[in-house]
Design a protein. Structure first.
Length: 374
C-alpha cells in the first residue's frame, strides 16, 4: 500500500496532466486568469501612481505588496477548485477502479494526483509572476524578497493541494470536498485575525498603577499621585491563531534573514522587522505578528507615565517640556514565526496524504453507508 516507485508515479502524473490539458475549460481559465491579473495590475498602477513621470520609489513597494497579496488570494481560490475533486470525482465517474485494479499502489495514486494538481497550480502561479516582477523594477524591492515569496507560496500551494486530495478521498461528493477546502482557507485566512482580536480583548486583564502627574486644578499646578488603569493583553497566547494564516507565513518568510537597507543603498528599507516608515505591506504584516510576541506589546498603558516627581515645582519644566520614556523595541528582539505556520501546514498535508492512502486501500472490510469503493 505504501510503495512509491518512479515509473508508476510518473504514469499517474502524466494521466492527470493530459486529462487537464485536453479540457478546453482549463485553457479558458488560464486566459481569464491572465486577463484578470493584467487588468488589476493596470488599475493598481494607475491608482498608486507608479506610472507617473517621477513616481515615488515607495509606491513600487505598495504596488509589489498589493499585487503579491492579490496573487496569493487568487491562488487560494484556484487550488481548492483544481484539486478537491480529484479522487471522489473519479470514483463517481467509475474511472478510479481502473487504477486500483493495476499494480499501482494507493500511495502512488495519492502522491501522483497531488503532484499533478500542484503542477497545475504552478502553471497559474507562473503566469502571475511577470506581474509581480513588474513591481520589482524599483530599488525598494530586493530580488531576494521576491525569491523567498515564490518559495513560500509554492510550498503552501503544495500543502493545500495535499489537503484537497485528502478531503477528496474522504468525502462522497466532489461538492462536499470543495466546500470543506474553502472553509479551511476562509478559516485560516480571514477568521484567524478576527478570532485573534476577539480572544485578545476577551482575555485581557487590567491593573492599577500609581504614577505622579501634574494637577492643573490649582492656580499653580502641583505634582500629585494618581491611579491609572493599565491593560495587559495576552498577545503571546492569542497570536498563535495567526500562525497558520497564509499571508503571515509568506510575509514572514519573505522578510527574514537580511537587511534590505544594506543591499540596495540609502533609499532601501529594512524588511526583517517592523518599520513604520516602510511601504512594504508584507513587511508590516511580518513585523506586526512578531511584535505581538514581545513582552512590551502585552502592556498597554493608558497614560504617558510619570510626569513629575514629588516636590518638583511646575516652573522647572516650563522650558524643557516632558519627554516620555523610550519604549522602542529593537529589531533583534523580534523573532520569526513563519516556521510555526509552515510546521502546521506540513503536518496537515502529511495527515491528509496518510488518510487518503488509507481510504484507497483494497480490499476493504468496512465502508460507510452509500460510499462506493471505486
Amino acid at each position: 500500500m505504501w510503495k512509491l516507485r518512479a515509473r508508476p508515479l510518473l504514469t499517474i502524473i502524466t494521466l492527470e496532466l493530459r486529462q487537464r490539458v485536453r479540457s478546453r475549460g482549463w485553457l479558458i481559465g488560464l486566459g481569464i486568469w491572465v486577463l484578470f491579473l493584467f487588468l488589476m495590475t493596470a488599475l493598481l498602477t494607475a491608482a498608486i501612481g507608479t506610472s507617473s513621470a517621477n513616481p515615488d520609489p515607495g509606491n513600487f513597494e505598495v504596488l509589489y505588496s498589493a499585487i503579491t497579496m492579490l496573487v496569493i488570494f487568487m491562488m487560494l481560490v484556484v487550488i481548492p477548485a483544481q484539486t478537491s475533486a480529484t479522487i471522489n470525482g473519479d470514483r463517481n465517474a467509475g474511472t478510479l477502479a481502473t487504477l486500483q485494479a493495476t499494480l499501482v499502489s494507493p500511495f502512488e495514486i495519492v502522491i501522483g494526483k497531488t503532484l499533478a494538481g500542484w503542477v497545475t497550480g504552478m502553471v497559474f502561479f507562473g503566469l502571475a509572476l511577470p506581474f509581480v516582477f513588474y513591481a520589482t523594477f524599483s530599488e525598494r524591492v530586493h530580488p531576494l524578497s521576491v525569491a523567498l515569496m515564490v518559495i513560500s507560496t509554492s510550498f503552501l500551494m503544495l500543502c493545500i493541494t495535499a489537503i484537497g486530495v485528502g478531503l477528496s478521498a474522504w468525502t462522497k461528493k466532489p461538492l462536499g470536498s470543495v466546500v470543506l477546502a474553502y472553509l479551511l482557507i476562509v478559516a485560516t485566512t480571514f477568521i484567524s485575525p478576527i478570532a485573534t482580536g476577539l480572544a485578545t480583548v476577551a482575555f485581557a486583564s487590567y491593573s492599577e498603577e500609581k504614577v505622579y502627574q501634574w494637577d492643573y486644578a490649582t492656580e499653580i499646578p502641583t505634582c500629585q499621585q494618581t491611579t491609572n488603569r493599565v491593560t495587559h493583553l495576552p498577545n503571546q497566547y492569542t497570536r498563535w491563531l495567526l500562525f497558520p494564516n497564509p499571508y503571515v507565513v509568506i510575509s514572514d518568510f519573505s522578510s527574514m534573514g537580511f537587511d534590505q537597507s544594506k543591499l540596495v543603498g540609502d533609499r532601501g528599507r529594512r524588511i526583517d522587522h517592523f518599520n513604520p516608515e516602510a511601504y512594504n505591506i508584507l513587511s508590516m504584516i511580518s513585523g506586526g505578528v512578531r511584535y505581538l510576541g514581545h513582552e512590551k506589546a502585552a502592556k498597554q498603558p493608558s497614560y504617558a507615565g510619570n510626569e513629575c516627581v514629588p516636590g518638583q515645582k511646575y516652573v522647572e519644566i516650563l522650558d524643557t517640556g516632558y519627554t516620555p520614556p523610550d519604549s522602542d523595541i529593537k529589531p533583534n528582539e523580534l523573532t520569526p514565526v513563519w516556521q510555526y505556520g509552515a510546521a502546521l501546514w506540513t503536518l496537515a498535508a502529511m495527515f491528509s496524504l496518510w488518510g487518503a492512502t488509507r481510504r484507497l486501500r483494497t480490499p476493504v472490510k468496512h465502508l460507510p453507508k452509500g460510499f462506493r469503493i471505486a
